[in-house]
Design a protein around this ligand. Structure first.
Ligand SMILES: C[S@@+](CC[C@H](N)C(=O)[O-])C[C@H]1O[C@@H](n2cnc3c(N)ncnc32)[C@H](O)[C@@H]1O
Length: 312
């Protein structure tokens, strides 16, 4: 491993908001276990913890965390699954209840420094699959998608502007050979745009973000887990989400608003009573890392935390 597996962002706030002391013997899910920083803090902070279900679709993350959290192994179930499978996993594990879900979206440091395709700074294969059982790696997408689909990715997931120019550069390059590595992709962009290195790096991160979202279906998974967690989480249980770019944050913000102001009849176990379920917003504005955290961990600078509580 090149560096620390991951430095958790907004750790104390995320865990503090997840745990509602009114709920005894809670069952929590950490949807994005990564290096296990949040999970460890949950185990340390919640004496009456009944169970913590640790999801990660990246097997490397789960194996790392399993070792790190060995001392709490009796209270943890590790699942190498997508958090979008929350409902299925809850059924499989026969969970009696769910008292809260925390999501810390995006990538771990390990994925950037040791896995293939996520970082434009290292020459590796253009993979970008967090879950290696997924069908299409980044290179396959870049080599096979038609122009319209490439435009869609760069517009919807990168908001880069004039997406057609980039799509043309990629389809043009394909005529003379396959795009296989991160540096192949960087080369296309460098020669098409000829911009200074600061602007280039910013541009590359948007482009890599867009491709990564497509490869991993990230926004669809997020929408699904939000809806499902709303059904599953018990009264007074919490939903805490840390996001790192505006597309994710918009989804979380709109979801919380919608459920706060358009309450729905609870479907989960309350059919007879027709109880109305809604979200109470805990963070009126997104909670951000302070200056000290950003200084010691610059990758935290784009983080936004939002939290809400189930209210029936
Ligand atoms: C930013 S890291 C989480 C770090 C963690 N909070 C910690 O304290 O170490 C994000 C992790 O979520 C995982 N992940 C992202 N999307 C996922 C999904 N849809 N299902 C399961 N895991 C996911 C990634 O593989 C990565 O390991």
């Amino acid at each position: 491993m090149n560096t620390e597996f991951h430095i958790p962002v907004l750790l104390n706030k995320a865990v503090e908001l997840l745990i509602n002391p009114e709920i005894k013997e809670p069952v929590f899910a950490d949807g994005t276990t990564g290096g296990g920083g949040y999970s460890k803090k949950i185990c340390e902070s919640c004496e009456s913890l009944k169970l913590l279900v640790c999801f990660d679709k990246d097997l490397n993350a789960l194996e790392f965390s399993r070792k790190k959290l060995e001392q709490y192994s009796q209270k943890i179930k590790f699942v190498n699954r997508n958090f979008a499978d929350l409902k299925i996993v809850a059924d499989e594990l026969k969970l009696e209840k769910l008292s809260g879900l925390v999501l810390d979206l995006g990538l771990s440091n390990y994925q950037l420094t040791d896995e293939e395709g996520f970082s434009y700074l290292r020459e590796t294969k253009l993979d970008m699959r967090a879950d290696k059982s997924k069908m299409l790696a980044a290179a396959e997408i870049l080599n096979s998608y038609d122009k319209e689909n490439l435009i869609r990715i760069f517009r919807d997931f990168g908001e880069i502007g004039n997406e057609e120019r980039l799509a043309n550069a990629i389809t043009g390059k394909r005529k003379s050979g396959k795009i296989e590595t991160t540096f192949d992709l960087n080369g296309i962009i460098e020669s098409e745009y000829r911009i200074n290195s600061t602007a280039l790096n910013k541009f590359l991160s948007k482009i890599y973000q867009a491709i990564r979202i497509e490869v991993n279906g990230e926004l669809e998974d997020l929408k699904k887990v939000l809806e499902d967690s709303f059904e599953l989480i018990e009264n007074k249980g919490r939903l805490v989400v840390v996001s790192y770019h505006s597309l994710e944050d918009r989804i979380v913000k709109n979801f919380i608003k919608e459920k706060a102001f358009t309450p729905s009849v609870s479907k989960y176990g309350k059919k007879e009573t027709g109880a109305v379920k809604k979200l109470k917003i805990i963070t009126k504005k997104a909670h951000l890392p302070d200056w000290e955290e950003i200084k010691s961990n610059p990758k935290s600078r784009s983080a936004k935390l939002r939290a809400a509580e189930i209210n029936e």
